[in-house]
Design a protein around this ligand. Structure first.
Ligand SMILES: [Zn+2]
Length: 283
């Protein structure tokens, strides 16, 4: 009897493994991160993420109070569009422009002084919360934030984290089935992964590896957009001083220790600075 039970368990475990491998093969499975060339797990079809993003973005905007401060709204859009243009040029140079070919960039400022946050969903739909503006202080500071967030998007970190969470939660279920039958759960997971989870009550923070990749890509993007990437250092110093106040998901608890982050940024600056110098000459 015991042996029989054991076999059933083993068979179930094997079934789960087969399903997981099937998932990996069904979709391309892996995608390469720009600049770092790391291969990330990539199980959710991009089209699925973009359509979820469009719905959720509208939903967030409807439930939020949009800023009526025209000057600040325009600043967010100006910086956002410059970073977006830099992202397109950067990917085009490396032959990866397909990655964002379906993006329709949109940058909105949400009036919420208590939330020190910003995020970019697949498809290029972005939000900045007014609570982060005292830390960004000026356009260059905002370029650090948006460069970092667009960096997460270009590196497909959201897809990677959705994939990991889906495998963990619904490992035995075919992904297509999970996406169509577990819509509410999948939607909540999406929000939690992309930083807008405050509206569903939980957030899944980025890992240190993802943070570091987003910082590195972000420095290059801001430099290409004509913003001095060295300003990332004072920005993160200002951010680290607000520790202990509210705990903004993307911008505090999970990020690497400020010293580690700043040391890493110093290491990556030589990679980004030539683009800034080139942009100055072009002006
Ligand atoms: Zn981040």
């Amino acid at each position: 009897m015991k042996i029989f039970n054991y076999q059933i368990h083993e068979r179930r475990a094997l079934g789960g493994l087969v399903a997981a491998i099937y998932l990996l093969l069904q979709f391309q499975g892996c995608a390469e991160v720009p600049i770092t060339h790391r291969k990330g797990l990539h199980l959710v079809p991009e089209s699925e993420l973009v359509s979820m993003s469009l719905q959720q973005y509208d939903d967030v905007l409807k439930k939020s109070k949009l800023s009526t401060d025209t000057q600040k709204v325009e600043m967010v859009r100006r910086v956002g569009n410059r970073i977006a243009k830099a992202a397109e040029a950067f990917l085009a140079e490396t032959g990866q422009q397909d990655k964002i070919k379906n993006y329709k960039w949109e940058f909105n400022l949400i009036e919420d002084d208590k939330t020190v946050n910003a995020w970019v969903m697949p498809g290029g739909k972005a939000a900045v919360y007014s609570g982060i503006l005292p830390y960004t202080q000026n356009e260059t500071g905002l370029a650090v934030v948006l460069g970092h967030e667009v960096g997460h998007a270009l590196a497909d970190h959201g897809n990677e984290r959705m994939s990991q969470a889906l495998l963990a939660q619904m490992g035995g279920m075919a992904l297509s089935v999970a996406l169509s039958t577990q819509q509410e759960q999948t939607k909540q997971l999406f929000m939690a992964v992309y930083g807008a989870g405050a509206t569903v009550g939980f957030l899944l923070p980025y890992s240190r590896l993802h943070e570091s990749e987003a910082d590195r890509i972000g420095l290059t993007l801001m430099a290409r957009a004509g913003y001095d990437p060295r300003q990332a250092i004072p920005f993160w110093e200002r951010m680290s001083k607000q520790e202990g106040k509210s705990s903004p998901p993307e911008f505090l608890s999970t990020h690497p220790a400020p010293q580690t982050r700043i040391a890493d940024i110093k290491k990556y600056l030589p990679e980004a600075l030539p683009f800034y110098q080139k942009s100055l000459k072009a002006e």
